[in-house]
Design a protein around this ligand. Structure first.
Ligand code: HEC
Length: 111
């Protein structure tokens, strides 16, 4: 009987972590909508087709994505991005929203 509980407890931990990630990603998607990122970007064909983000989770690290949010001027210079209007900084949004946004961007892995 005791063994069964230990096995169940072991199973519950990864399941809870997955649910937490999913919640963070969902929150990030809400922030993406609220901040109107789709004026300049698209996900799954919705939004501005000039800035698709569908595979950004494969191409960029979490740190690079975060830098695009807080210091797009540096990232624009670094990547020699030429598209206009350039991205503006989202450094003013609350840290939890920024974290959620980065998690959402990281979840975008298809081309
Ligand atoms: C005014 C237009 C504009 C808005 C609004 C905007 N961006 Fe951007 N963003 C850009 C441009 C321009 C680039 C440079 C890359 C390019 O040319 O697409 C960029 C780059 C990025 C990149 C790196 C993309 C890559 O392919 O390497 C990410 C990630 C990103 N933006 C996320 C966001 C998110 C999330 C929001 C909303 C919080 C947002 N952007 C709002 C214009 C915008």
């Amino acid at each position: 009987m005791r063994t069964i509980w230990l096995v169940l407890a072991g199973l519950a931990v990864p399941a809870a972590a997955g649910a937490q990630d999913a919640a963070l990603v969902a929150r990030g998607e809400n922030v993406y909508v609220a901040q109107k990122c789709s004026v300049c970007h698209s996900v799954a064909g919705k939004g501005n087709q000039k800035g698709p983000l569908d595979d950004v989770g494969v191409r960029l690290s979490a740190e690079e994505i975060r830098l695009w949010m807080v210091d797009p001027v540096t990232m624009t210079a670094k990547t020699k991005a030429v598209r206009k209007p350039p991205m503006k900084a989202y450094a003013h949004i609350p840290k939890e929203e920024l974290d959620a946004l980065v998690a959402y961007m990281q979840s975008l892995k298809k081309k």
